[in-house]
Each structure stands twice: as structure tokens, then as C-alpha cells.
Design a protein around this ligand. Structure first.
Ligand SMILES: Nc1ncnc2c1ncn2[C@@H]1O[C@H](COP(=O)(O)OP(=O)(O)OP(=O)(O)O)[C@@H](O)[C@H]1O
Length: 625
């Protein structure tokens, strides 16, 4: 029997392929199973147009057999089979895909989509096998043929016996070498896990003999090893099913089977799109953030399937960063895969899908916010921070998408509220959304700066997260109402005017000037407060950087010593102010101490560190004497 030669290019290509296309050897099984599935699909298509063929689902299956002794792994299918010529051309010419040709000839449109298109998958077998034998009998033929190859050296074809139509591919698995473990491909349980991973949603049963420990008949505690033939794949992907066929429990079970998280998902979204690019998706909004969620280690992404075959475990392009908490999968028949099926050739398709998914996720979150506030708050507790980062990141590009998903604690409602709710409740003439920053709600509640705004009955949003004020500044306004910190220089409250009419005396102004001189490196101004009611002093700021932002920035590794322009405000109705005036008149040398003490107290109220604690305490003792 004469050996036929691979063409020179093919030889090189085979070498290249075997060694470099795939990043994991285990995908060889995915490729062989996909071919088997394609072969059965072809029978299905023939049956559509040929009345002499009946397509009875139960006759069509894929079988995996292992013979450890002989180091043989066999993949059998009851599909269309190959003629002698097809064996030579489909398996002899690399990059020739009989499946692609079939697809084109038959203009295949419906769900039974043929997987093969590049004409290389089969050769992945040589990543794990020393030689491969194919026995195939084509539909409508009596004679079967055997194709045999050891890889790059070429192949032989000769007639053989085969009872039924279909193909059996036998791999002689390589011996273990160096650090390469090939024995794993003779281990049924390992093969089962590979099938589950890549080929779980192949439409035809993949059967295997698996051993299991079972209780012996008539015994409570004695076990025996039983070998049974099992179908190892789930076959019908849940996402291809009709939503009306599925219950919430089905979705939860799938979430758990897929190990998307250890929690129960808060919500699921099942999408089926039949537009320019066709795809199905199941997305989940988890209940709790994974332990590494807010760290650099966390990898976002959705599983990506192409016609039911897993292509990527985590395709990051499918989710924007601000929705990186979403879990789930996308399956599309319309992806341009690269030859290894590990990457995509165009990300335009992914971009389209991402845009659509983002819209759906936002809709779902808004729906949850409207209809199940408690659930939404749970969600926001876990992932609200990410949404706020989303508002701030990318120079505020996504703020319009995200602004209605934000929640902040309200001083008047004593619960989390949306910006829309705040604006709807605003008092007549109120033109700003007030907010105050601090570590906790309780601390903010006691901040001197909030006194006046609270007293006048305005609602204040409490910002307790590092990112909050950055996000608020990025938003600038909501519904044309600007955000205003209760610590900002000009609060512009409706009835401020009355208080402004009381002028400072020249002496009082001179006192403030002196204090400003004493504190010149620390504050940009010392002035009378319009907002303090019961407290003697507080710090406010002028300009874009607030005191809270200064605190956050100072903790960053590359902080550049950015500081807020601080203003020391003094309550001129407070007894302390009277003491200051007396001191200035009678003991002018002590004014420096008093100014410093008041400044340091204002720092403490803000939760800022005192620059020189020792001299502060000395000053206090001095005054207490
Ligand atoms: N089990 C099989 N039954 C029938 N035909 C097969 C079988 N396996 C392979 N073939 C034929 O051999 C061709 C080449 O297979 P190969 O796996 O190399 O490429 P493919 O499946 O067409 O494309 P891809 O590289 O995208 O998987 C197939 O297109 C198909 O015509």
C-alpha cells in the first residue's frame, strides 16, 4: 500500500499546529466531539430534504471509550461518516473543512449550527496521540475505510470492516514524558470533566462508561464498584430554552452548578437576541461581592460559547468595568473565531453585545430599585462602590448611565435615597443638593458644619465612602441642581441675607486678621461663620479639593501632598468668641495659643490628624492652669 504524502506546506502547518495553536492539550477532545456532533448534524440536515432518511434522535450519539492497557482513547459517532475520497481530502488536506463546505452548500440557518469551519481541529489529536486511526463508513455506502497516520509523515487509507454508518477515531495516547502527563487522558473521570467543561451543551448524548461506588444490594454499609454507561453532557443549554419553561430555581441551580458564586444570585436576566448578531445570554447579579472583588486580582468577564461550545472562560470585553460584578454567559453563532477557538478575530461583534448587555443590566437594576427596594439595597451594599467608581472613572464618561443607580443616606429620611428622590423633595427656592462627608453617618450627624443646613430643614446626603465625593464632583449636578458640600465657602441658603446684615466691627475684623496671620501656613482665611449654631469653630474649604478629599488623596501611594484650602470659621455668637476678644485686649501674647488650640480642635472635629499633638496638649494645659 502506497503512502500518500502531505503537501510540504501541510507538513509545516501540522507541526506548527500541533505545537502552537492551542494553549491546552485537553481541547483535542473538544475538537473531536465537535466533529462528531457536526457529523450527526449533517444526518439531520439530510433527513430534512430526503424522505428515505428518518432522523430518530435516539439513534444518534457520541461514545467515548478508554482502554488503559492499550493506551487507547476512542471517539465514536453515528453521524454521516466519510467516503474514501472524503477521508483523503478532509483529513489529508489541512485547513480544508468539509463541514464549512457542507454548511455553505446547504445554507444552514436554524439552531442546528455546524461547528467546524477551519479544517484544523482534527489534527489537535496529535497533541496527545502517537498515531490516530479513523474507521469510517459513509451514509449510503457498504464499504468502510480506515485512515491511519502518525502525524507529519502522511497517512494511509485502506478498506476495512465496519457494521454501521459513522466514524470511530482511535487515538494511541502518548507515554508520559518529562513533565507531561498524558495518562490523564486515559482517566474516565478526567475525560468526563473535560467534556463537562467544553462540550456540555453538545446537542447529542455523549456516552461513557463510568465507575461508581454503590451500596450492595441487601446491604447498608457494603459498597461495590459498578461500571455503568452514562450520558455525561447536559445537552440542552438552559439558555436555549424558553424562559417560560424555566423556574427561578432552575436559574439558581445553574448558577450553582457553574460555580459562579457561593451565594444565591439576587436576580437573573435571560436574553435572546435575533438581530444583526444573534446571541443568547444568561446573566446574574450576585448577592455578595467575592472576597477579592475590590482588588486587582479580580477578573471580570462572562463565559463565551459559540454554538454551544465553550470558547473563553472569561471574556472581559463583554462587560464594562462598572458592571464587572455580573456573572454568566453569552452564546453566539455569529462570532468570528480565530483558528484555535481561544480568541476572536473581531471585537466589533463583542462590542455590540456588550452595549446591549449593559443596557439590559441597567434596566434590570432600575427595575429592582423600583420594585424591590430591600433587594436593591442589598445589591448596593455589595456593589454600590463599584458604581460610584464607574461614575468617576474614564473622566465621567459613564455618569449619565449610572447616576440613577446611586444611593446615599439622607439626613431627613434616615435611609438610603436616590438623587431623583432628593430632587423631588427639594424645598422651594433650594438650588443645591447638600451633602456632608465623614467616616460614618453618626459622625456626620454631629459635624458643626451641618448645623445651619439641618436647622433650616434642608435634606443632606451623607457621604461615607472614600469614593463618594469624587463621584459627586464628577457628576457636577443632577437635574440641573448642583451639588454643594455643607463645608463649602458659600452655602447660599435662602434666608442667609438677614444674618449677613450684621456687620463685624473693626476690632473684630482686626482680631480675625491677627488669627489669620498666626495660622497663615495652615488656613487661607479666618472668618465669621454663618453656619455654626452651637459649636464655636469649624473648618470649611474653598476651591475644588475638600478636606475629605485631601484625606483620601493623602492615603494614596502616589499622593502629591495635595491639600484643601482650609478656612477657620468662628461662631461670633459663641462665648468662646467673647473670650477671644477679651484675651486680645488684656493678654495679647496668649492669642497665638488660643488660635492654635481652636484650629487644632477644628482639625479633630474633621477627623484630621493634629500636626503637633505635643504642643497642642501643652497649649491646652497652659490655658487650663
Ligand atoms: N467524525 C467525523 N465524521 C465525519 N466527518 C468528519 C469527522 N471528523 C472530521 N470530519 C471531516 O473532516 C473535516 C476536517 O475536520 P477538522 O476537525 O480538521 O476541521 P473542521 O471541523 O472542519 O473545522 P475546525 O478546525 O473549525 O474544527 C471536517 O470538516 C469534516 O468534513
Amino acid at each position: 500500500m502506497a503512502k500518500q504524502q502531505f503537501e510540504a506546506e501541510s507538513k509545516r502547518l501540522l507541526d506548527l499546529m500541533i505545537n502552537s495553536i492551542y494553549s491546552k492539550r485537553e481541547v483535542f477532545l473538544r475538537e473531536l466531539i465537535s466533529n462528531a456532533s457536526d457529523a450527526i448534524d449533517k444526518m439531520y440536515y439530510l433527513a430534512l430534504t430526503d424522505d428515505s432518511i428518518t432522523f430518530d434522535q435516539s439513534d444518534y450519539y457520541i461514545r467515548i471509550d478508554v482502554d488503559k492497557e492499550k493506551r487507547q482513547l476512542t471517539v465514536t459517532d453515528t453521524g454521516i461518516g466519510m467516503t474514501k475520497e472524503e477521508l483523503a481530502s478532509n483529513l489529508g488536506v489541512i485547513a480544508k473543512s468539509g463541514s464549512l463546505a457542507f454548511k455553505n452548500e446547504n445554507e444552514i440557518k436554524d439552531g442546528h449550527d455546524i461547528i467546524g469551519q477551519f479544517g484544523v481541529g482534527f489534527y489537535a489529536a496529535f497533541m496527545v496521540a502517537d498515531h490516530v486511526t479513523v474507521h469510517s463508513r459513509a451514509h449510503g455506502e457498504e464499504q468502510a475505510y480506515q485512515w491511519y497516520s502518525e502525524g507529519a509523515e502522511g497517512f494511509t487509507i485502506e478498506p476495512c470492516e465496519k457494521e454501521s454508518v459513522g466514524t470511530t477515531i482511535t487515538l494511541k495516547i502518548k507515554e508520559n514524558a518529562d513533565e507531561e502527563d498524558f495518562d490523564q487522558f486515559l482517566e474516565p473521570s478526567h475525560l468526563q470533566s473535560i467534556i463537562k467543561k467544553y462540550s456540555d451543551f453538545i446537542r447529542y448524548p455523549i456516552k461513557m462508561e463510568l465507575s461508581e461506588q454503590k451500596l450492595k444490594a441487601d446491604s447498608d454499609d457494603e459498597y461495590e464498584t459498578v461500571i455503568e454507561e452514562k450520558t455525561v453532557n447536559s445537552m440542552v443549554p438552559i439558555w436555549k430554552k424558553n424562559k417560560s419553561e424555566l423556574t427561578d430555581d432552575d436559574y439558581i441551580q445553574f448558577y450553582q452548578e457553574k460555580h459562579y458564586g457561593f451565594d444565591q444570585p439576587l436576580n437573573h436576566i435571560h436574553i435572546s437576541v435575533d438581530g444583526n448578531i444573534r446571541y443568547q445570554a444568561i446573566l446574574y447579579i450576585p448577592e455578595t461581592a467575592p472576597y477579592d472583588y475590590y482588588s486587582a486580582e479580580y477578573e471580570k468577564g462572562l463565559e463565551l460559547y459559540s454554538s454551544g461550545v465553550l470558547i473563553m472562560n472569561k471574556a472581559p470585553e463583554l462587560l464594562p468595568d462598572y458592571f464587572s460584578f455580573v456573572k454568566g454567559l453569552v452564546d453566539s453563532e455569529d462570532l468570528s473565531l480565530n483558528i484555535s477557538r481561544e480568541m476572536l478575530q473581531h471585537d466589533r461583534q463583542l462590542k455590540l453585545i456588550e452595549k446591549n448587555l449593559t443596557r439590559k443590566i441597567k434596566q434590570e437594576l432600575l427595575k429592582m430599585l423600583r420594585n424591590d427596594r430591600e433587594k436593591y439595597e442589598k445589591f448596593f451594599e455589595a456593589f454600590g462602590r463599584q458604581l460610584k467608581f464607574g461614575v468617576y472613572n474614564d473622566f465621567g464618561q459613564h455618569k449619565e448611565t449610572l447616576k440613577d443607580l446611586l444611593l446615599f443616606y439622607s439626613s431627613t429620611e434616615k435611609k438610603l435615597v436616590t438623587l431623583k428622590e432628593y430632587v423631588e423633595r427639594m424645598k422651594e427656592g433650594q438650588d443645591s443638593i447638600f451633602y456632608a462627608t465623614g467616616e460614618t453617618n453618626a459622625r456626620i450627624e454631629r459635624l458643626p458644619q451641618t448645623e445651619l443646613v439641618q436647622e433650616k430643614g434642608y435634606e443632606i446626603l451623607y457621604l461615607t465612602d472614600d469614593i463618594d465625593e469624587f463621584a459627586i464632583k464628577m457628576l457636577v449636578d443632577y437635574d440641573e441642581k448642583t451639588f454643594k458640600s455643607v463645608s463649602s465657602g458659600d452655602l447660599n441658603l435662602v434666608d442667609d441675607q438677614d444674618e449677613e446684615s450684621v456687620e463685624l466691627t473693626d476690632e473684630e475684623q482686626a482680631l480675625f486678621n491677627k488669627m489669620k496671620e498666626i495660622l497663615k501656613d495652615k488656613v487661607t482665611d479666618v472668618r465669621r461663620s454663618k453656619r455654626l449654631k452651637s459649636h464655636p469653630v469649624c473648618l470649611t474649604n474653598e476651591g475644588e479639593i475638600s478636606i475629605e478629599m485631601e484625606k483620601v488623596l493623602s492615603m494614596m501611594p502616589d499622593n502629591q501632598g495635595i491639600q484643601a484650602n482650609k478656612v477657620l470659621e468662628i461662631n461670633t455668637d459663641h462665648a468662646i468668641f467673647q473670650s477671644l476678644k477679651t484675651i486680645e485686649q488684656n493678654e495679647a501674647d496668649k492669642l497665638e495659643k488660643y488660635a492654635n488650640i481652636l484650629y487644632n480642635q477644628a482639625l479633630l472635629i474633621e477627623g484630621l490628624p493634629i500636626e503637633d499633638p505635643l504642643s497642642f496638649t501643652n497649649d491646652v494645659w497652659e490655658v487650663l492652669k
